[in-house]
Design a binder for this molecule. Structure first.
Ligand SMILES: *[C@@H]1O[C@H](CO)[C@@H](O)[C@H](O)[C@H]1NC(C)=O
Ligand SMILES: *[C@@H]1O[C@H](CO)[C@@H](O)[C@H](O)[C@H]1NC(C)=O
Ligand SMILES: *[C@@H]1O[C@H](CO)[C@@H](O)[C@H](O)[C@H]1NC(C)=O
Ligand SMILES: *[C@@H]1O[C@H](CO)[C@@H](O)[C@H](O)[C@H]1NC(C)=O
Ligand SMILES: *[C@@H]1O[C@H](CO)[C@@H](O)[C@H](O)[C@H]1NC(C)=O
Ligand SMILES: *[C@@H]1O[C@H](CO)[C@@H](O)[C@H](O)[C@H]1NC(C)=O
Length: 719
């Protein structure tokens, strides 16, 4: 097809020079935009091939990638000039939104508009730095051994010795590019890129790339509301790692077993609450069944297919590579089904969730490609869409849903149903360690860069400024340089889109979860049956900016970003952290958040289940079960932060709920031998029934009250 392009161009030029009625103008513009997009697609193909070679470590990979990336800047500038010259007021009529959108995206392709020399400097710095970090094999993995990046990640996850952890981090830092050079000649390119894209301030420019007015400001406001939870998690982590005396002081990054502190997942085993059966089993099952690499992606495919999105095609999996580093890197050729990724084969809950997120990202791209009338720029716009982050993130949340875990053979649903809230707490902790530090890191990285660019930091202090910023803003003791190992930093990309994506993913979760009749229902099934709103957003690609799609995406529940989706999601964790951190809460905490009776008693009892009770008391049992469900529904719905009245009622419910839950278990495991006195059990059951009824009545009343409060609260937070 390509050889025809010049010919076509000549025809169009002829057209342009002859007639200039508005219809001709428009036709000319459409044809030009089509051509430009074809050329972009070509570029994408070539850059992807080069990126892939480089990722796989082929000897010519890096130089090929540099060459392609450099020429892309020249290309993008030229296309912009061409499109600009064809845009006239007649050509762009007001009602032609799609064409307007395409033109706009082509006229503002972001950093690629930099002056050629400057663009080349940016790409050279970033490509070389990333290649070195990825391909070095002389990292310090402790015990005088050198290793690859992948092994470094693994050692970091396992190592317990503080000194060795610090050494590992230092060895990684010694592979980073020069901070001085970055601050002098790379970061300031952002000012020039803003100007080329017609923005005065870098912040405005970034907001425009994120397609939300005041995006960074919104992010800051959202962060203020989430910060208390982060601080609690930080304090709890500090307490568990170093004891109570240092609570509130900055935590050294290496103690977080992380290179930059944006993910604390490796700490999970040190932070688990007393009853963490679900973590142990999921972790053990993943290891036993060796669900890493390709196998993790096959599981992810199962989830995608359950969600009625369809699996990602076999050829994508078979041509991807699983002997690289995690998290996975996607390479997109901008052609039908031509997407590959590099991942690792290591087994962990994090990698398992990442596999789900990556698989959904790929599916997202395929769905967009299939429906956006296949125009390149509406699929691949150089914009940072929170929806593109949020939907895959939502699927990674679903990967730890109890029903999903059950289907994946990682944790049986029956077992989950004993102490659902306890298990939820553990799952929330796993997810919080992954997401909360990221939110903090993303916003810190953007704010710091803007501060540096706006001269808010005195020049002599500039090289220590990241460390200072991180200490104050994140309560993390980082180094001066660790931030420049990050591709988003090296490539001058804003993190705000990713930040907003994490916020939005919890709103999506909430919008579906609240539609469930009972909290025990299968959320994945429900999403599958109602996935149209997700499909619609994905199908539109970049036809509209993502904020315009929020309302439909959330089934009109909310039309903008709200922090409450996230804070409601982590409600149990929040309560748990409160109770762990405040010693004056100790009594209440013993009664309530950490129910010392739950697990041991459950286990004792379930091992000796009474079959006679089942036969004699079917009716009572049914009644109990129903009430139990009602009550549980009420518990799950609680989302007041510290409404003391309400908490008292939950305490009662939680105490009672568990013995009842044991009865429910009778259904499931009726093969166990009988050994307790039947009459004793009937007595207990009757007593419980009475209490349960009372509590149900109280709870129902409180629930009405609470709903009212909730409405008020929403009004307040919206205001
Ligand atoms: C590592 O090397 C140093 C010096 O080269 C040596 O003193 C130390 O014993 C070695 N440690 C181990 C664990 O081999
Ligand atoms: C930004 O552009 C100006 C003018 O073209 C140039 O003098 C300056 O060096 C550029 N900034 C950087 C960091 O290259
Ligand atoms: C990964 O596997 C590919 C083949 O699938 C091989 O060519 C490559 O050398 C391997 N890379 C590493 C780092 O083992
Ligand atoms: C695709 O094209 C059809 C017909 O031209 C149009 O109705 C539809 O809105 C377009 N879809 C998108 C996403 O632009
Ligand atoms: C530290 O953070 C607080 C708010 O979090 C801010 O008011 C203060 O100016 C910061 N200090 C420095 C030195 O950045
Ligand atoms: C959301 O809806 C409210 C009213 O319900 C409106 O005032 C606000 O402008 C809307 N926000 C967006 C981003 O559409």
């Amino acid at each position: 097809m390509r050889p025809n392009f010049p010919l076509l161009c000549i025809c169009f030029y002829a057209l342009l020079s002859s007639g200039t009625s508005s219809g001709d103008d428009r036709r000319w513009l459409v044809s030009l935009v089509d051509l430009v997009e074809f050329d972009y697609q070509d570029q994408c193909d070539q850059r992807a091939t080069a990126a892939w070679e480089e990722l796989l470590g082929s000897s010519k990979g890096l130089s090929l990638k540099l060459e392609r990336d450099k020429s892309f800047g020249i290309f993008a500038r030229k296309q912009k000039t061409d499109v600009e010259s064809a845009v006239t007021t007649q050509a762009l009529s007001a009602d032609d939104d799609t064409l307007r959108r395409r033109v706009k995206l082509l006229l503002q392709p972001g950093d690629a508009l930099l002056d050629t020399q400057q663009w080349i400097r940016l790409m050279t710095f970033a490509d070389n730095a990333l290649n070195r970090i990825r391909m070095s094999n002389d990292y310090d993995c402790g015990a005088n051994t050198t290793c690859t990046l992948r092994e470094l990640h693994n050692s970091l996850a396992r190592e317990q010795d503080e000194k060795v952890l610090r050494q590992m981090k230092l060895s990684w830092e010694s592979h980073l590019p020069n901070l001085h050079e970055y601050l002098e000649s790379i970061l300031p390119l952002l000012r020039n890129a803003s100007k080329e894209n017609q923005y005065e301030m870098v912040e405005e420019y970034w907001d425009a790339l994120c397609e939300l007015e005041g995006a960074l400001l919104s992010a800051r406001e959202l962060w203020q509301r989430i910060r208390p939870l982060y601080i609690k998690l930080h304090k709890y982590t500090s307490m568990k790692l170093r004891g109570a005396s240092t609570i509130g002081e900055p935590l050294p990054v290496h103690l977080l077993q992380s290179l930059t502190g944006e993910d604390w997942s490796n700490l999970i085993e040190k932070l688990l609450p007393q009853h963490h059966d679900i973590y142990q089993k999921v972790h053990a099952n993943l290891q036993l069944k060796d669900i890493g690499g390709l196998k993790a992606f096959k599981q992810a495919n199962n989830v995608l297919s359950r969600l009625n999105f369809g699996e990602i095609p076999q050829e994508i999996l078979s041509e991807s590579v699983f002997n690289g580093t995690c998290p996975p890197t996607i390479v997109d050729w901008c052609q039908p089904n031509k997407v590959r990724f590099v991942s690792c084969k290591d087994v962990s809950i994090q990698n398992y969730m990442d596999a789900h997120e990556t698989a959904m990202k790929i599916k997202y791209k395929l769905i967009t490609a299939l429906h956006s009338n296949n125009t390149y720029i509406l699929r691949e716009a150089p914009r940072y869409s929170a929806i593109y982050e949020a939907i895959p993130g939502f699927v990674s949340l679903l990967s730890l849903n109890p029903h999903t875990l059950d289907r994946a053979g990682l944790y049986p649903l029956e077992r989950f149903n004993y102490n659902p809230n306890y298990h939820r707490l553990v799952l929330q902790l796993i997810i919080a360690l992954r997401d909360l530090p990221k939110l903090n890191y993303y916003i810190a990285a953007d704010l710091w860069r803007l501060d540096v660019l706006m001269g808010k930091i005195p020049y002599p202090k500039i090289e220590e400024s990241w460390r200072e910023f991180r200490k104050n803003f994140s309560l993390i003791e980082s180094s001066n340089v660790d931030v420049i190992g990050d591709p988003y930093i090296l490539l001058n990309k804003p993190y705000t889109g990713k930040f907003l994506g994490i916020i939005l993913k919890y709103q999506i979760y909430q919008s579906f979860a609240e539609e469930l009749i009972s909290d025990d229902s299968d959320l994945v099934k429900h999403v599958a049956e109602n996935n149209q709103r997700l499909m619609d957003a994905m199908m539109q690609g970049y036809v509209a900016s993502w904020p315009e799609m929020i309302s439909d995406l959330l089934a009109k529940r909310e039309n903008q970003l709200e922090f409450t989706g996230l804070t409601d999601y982590f409600r149990l964790l929040d309560e748990y952290l409160d109770n762990q951190l405040d010693p004056t809460n100790e009594n209440m905490f013993e009664d309530y958040v950490e129910p010392p009776v739950i697990e041991p008693h459950d286990n004792e009892i379930t091992d000796k289940i009474d079959t006679p009770l089942e036969q004699n008391n079917d009716e009572t049992r049914e009644k109990h079960k129903k009430m139990y469900d009602d009550i549980r529904e009420n518990i799950i719905e609680t989302d007041e932060e510290s409404n003391s009245k309400y908490e008292t009622s939950t305490v009662g419910v939680l105490e009672i709920k568990n013995p009842v839950a044991v009865e429910e278990k009778n259904d499931i495991e009726n093969t166990k031998e009988a050994s307790y006195h039947v009459y004793w059990w009937i007595g207990v059951a009757v007593a419980l029934a009475v209490i349960v009824i009372l509590v149900a009545i109280i709870v129902r009343k409180r629930r009405n009250h609470r709903k009212q409060l909730e409405r008020q609260r929403r009004q307040i937070t919206r205001a």
